[in-house]
Design a protein around this ligand. Structure first.
Ligand SMILES: CCCCCCCCCCCCCCCC(=O)SCCNC(=O)CCNC(=O)[C@H](O)C(C)(C)COP(=O)(O)OP(=O)(O)OC[C@H]1O[C@@H](n2cnc3c(N)ncnc32)[C@H](O)[C@@H]1OP(=O)(O)O
Length: 255
């Protein structure tokens, strides 16, 4: 997949999303060297200014099948630092009518997928997006998610046992309110977990939460042809999007 200017989110949408995240959560991140910066100096300078480490816009949204998964990174793949796992992640997503479940709200599988993806993003180092896979995911559905909502999955890693290849994470799916409404669905990997991911805050409605065990694979499945890290990450995002889309269509047809 080629990364052209067209496949990136608009700078305005991104600025707006980051500003609102900062307002709500006091998000402050350390900038990285740039792969993206070479292509989009305006993105990089804004990222450096805002100190946001990483941006990974995804196509986990209403018109999943039409939307292309989009990806960009402001991390330096070759640096040692980039090999360090990120302990936090956020996915902002629009959950539309094509994700309707039997409850009349958003389908539980779509909710589980968002929670899983966010913990996966917090668990996997940028240098190795395929390293850890979900071994166990426990979801508590606390409130129906209304169709047509904007939601945030706030994830963090609370425990790692590298010797035993295990990593435990948690994520909360909360109402994004006005925070994400003017932006594309997107995701960020964070160098520090958000405090809000750890506990309920009075400010936001919690729709669901999940705990997960991720295990580092001993043997990787065969892949066809050589894949760059970027391609692997895009594939990962596409698979989450694809799952949500595939899940949604049969439900819509049967209702
Ligand atoms: C520039 C680029 C940037 C890109 C940056 C983007 C990042 C983008 C990230 C996106 C994130 C997407 C997130 C989606 C993630 C999936 O959806 S992955 C797909 C769903 N998961 C799977 O398909 C996994 C299938 N299962 C398996 O492959 C294997 O069972 C596993 C999980 C690898 C474990 O198998 P194994 O290696 O034989 O494990 P084994 O040695 O028996 O066990 C290791 C340890 O784990 C424990 N364990 C294993 N399984 C379990 C279990 N189910 N329950 C409890 N304990 C277990 C064992 O008890 C053992 O514990 P200790 O004895 O060491 O204490």
């Amino acid at each position: 997949m080629a990364f052209t200017e067209d496949t990136l989110p608009s700078l305005e949408a991104w600025k707006c999303f980051v500003r609102r995240l900062e307002e709500r959560y006091g998000l402050r991140e350390v900038p990285r060297a740039s792969w993206l910066g070479a292509q989009r100096p305006d993105f990089l300078s804004h990222a450096l200014q805002q100190r946001v480490a990483y941006l990974l816009p995804a196509a986990v949204c209403d018109d999943l099948s039409q939307k292309e998964a989009r990806f960009c990174s402001i991390s330096d793949q070759s640096s040692t630092e980039a090999k360090v796992a990120v302990p936090g992640a956020i996915i902002a997503a629009y959950v539309g009518r094509n994700l309707q479940g039997p409850s009349g709200g958003v389908h539980g599988g779509a909710i589980a997928s968002l929670l899983d993806a966010s913990i996966g993003m917090a668990t996997n180092p940028r240098s190795d997006p395929d390293g850890y896979v979900t071994a166990q995911l426990v979801v508590n559905y606390r409130q129906i998610v209304p169709l047509g909502s904007y939601v945030l999955a706030l994830a963090y890693v609370h425990d790692r046992e590298p010797a035993r290849r295990k990593c435990y994470g948690m994520s909360r799916l909360v109402d994004a309110g006005a925070l994400a409404q003017s932006t594309d669905t997107c995701a960020l990997q964070l160098q520090r977990p958000l405090e809000a991911a750890r506990r309920d805050t009075a400010r936001e409605r919690v729709y669901a939460d999940a705990t997960a065990l991720f295990v580092r694979q001993r043997h990787r499945p065969e892949t066809h042809g050589e894949r760059s890290l970027q391609t692997a990450a895009v594939n990962r995002v596409e698979s989450v999007s694809g799952f949500l889309g595939a899940q949604a269509r049969p439900w819509r047809a049967s209702l």
